[in-house]
Design a protein around this ligand. Structure first.
Ligand code: S6P
Ligand code: ZN
Length: 189
């Protein structure tokens, strides 16, 4: 066994139920309500109104007990509720990994999109159950629910990658996803 500054955790099994979108044993669960998404929707007044009208849960993230520390490989399942704010589909805050490293998402339920932005170029991957979206190092990423049901996906990422949410507030994500009659449309940020 090599020497580590922070000793790794011990091996263990995780039960992954793709149908139920659960990971067992459970670690921490994070719940983000509308009020946590300040400055992210284009229509700030509509966002404020949604906060005043009950501050709904927009998404939750259920993790396993693998810690977010260097060399470990945490996993989580994100569930984004279906909804729009002034026509813009509900989404995650989005972040950049300051310690640039790759990440994978596996879609489990519903219809979503993986929006990526490297500061210049925007990329969109349609996410349906079975799609693995690959996020290369250096691409900020946001998930969007473009369907009528909750959109759920599994994420696996390096524990030492870190999460920079300020980058997205400063640079944006290049595009936004809006509801149209037959689905969604990407518009300029
Ligand atoms: C972590 C990974 C996901 C997101 C989650 C919520 O690197 O990308 O687990 O944390 O989908 O999104 P956000 O932008 O609020 O962290
Ligand atoms: Zn990430």
């Amino acid at each position: 066994m090599p020497e580590f500054a922070t000793p790794p955790i011990s091996p263990f099994a995780i039960q992954f139920d793709a149908e139920a979108a659960t990971l067992t044993p459970e670690g921490p669960t994070l719940t983000r309500r509308m009020s946590a998404l300040d400055g992210l929707f284009k229509d700030h007044d509509a966002w404020q109104q949604a906060v005043a009208d009950g501050d709904p849960v927009v998404y939750s993230v259920q993790s396993t007990p693998v810690p977010e520390v260097d060399r470990e490989l945490p996993q989580s399942i994100t569930s984004i509720e279906a909804g729009t704010t002034a026509g813009e589909f509900w989404m995650t805050k989005g972040h950049q990994h300051p310690n640039h490293q790759g990440e994978i998402y596996l879609a489990l339920h519903g219809t979503g999109g993986l929006l990526m932005f490297d500061g210049t170029e925007t990329q969109w991957i349609d996410m349906v159950p079975g799609t693995i979206g690959y996020i290369p190092p250096g691409w900020a990423h946001r998930s969007v629910n473009v369907g009528a049901d909750p959109y759920k996906f599994l994420a696996v990422y390096p524990g030492g990658a870190g999460h920079d949410y300020g980058w997205v507030l400063e640079h944006g994500m290049g595009k936004r996803a809006y509801a149209v009659t037959d689905g969604f449309e990407l518009r300029e940020f």
